[in-house]
Design a binder for this molecule. Sequence first.
Ligand code: HEC
Length: 159
Amino acid sequence: MTGMKKRLAVAAFATGMVAMAGMVMASGMMKGGAEGGPIAERKMAMKEAKKNFKPLVGMVKGEMAFDAAAVKAHAKALMAALEKAKANFPEGSDKGETRAKPEIWLMKDEFNALFDKAITLAGKIEGADTKEKLAKAVMALGNDGCKACHKEYRLPKKM
Ligand code: HEC
């Protein structure tokens, strides 16, 4: 390649990259908004998990009355939310407004196994018919499910 041709090729390449970056950004913005996309979907599912976990902790702490029917409903919602979150870590969704660590995609089997464990632990909450059993089940899910995974696979909050 002559110097001139080379420069032209580089310039064309650079222009292409800029255009591509623009497209990626545009699609990224769509994903973050009403269009959904896996990052938004899993964050929503995680928020749903938190929403259903909180009242259970409240019952354990005695901030709320123990209610077996509510326990069952929250446990079911937790399982569904975790299933939904698990399904939204496809290959390539490590870029964008996300705190998901790249390790997730390097150790997808371990990551998914941790999700399955959390879902099983959430299922155990469903059968907790006393406050004591609920306390045990909630602790197990909180420590061996939510916290264990966040510690391993979630980046700290950006300052
Ligand atoms: C197997 C892994 C795993 C388990 C189990 C798990 N999480 Fe998460 N959670 C993540 C990852 C990864 C993120 C970061 C997602 C992102 O930013 O894309 C996250 C993010 C969150 C967020 C922040 C969502 C947002 O809006 O940015 C909340 C809240 C949350 N999790 C709650 C929970 C609760 C409550 C539990 C347990 C009932 C739980 N998680 C179990 C992996 C897990």
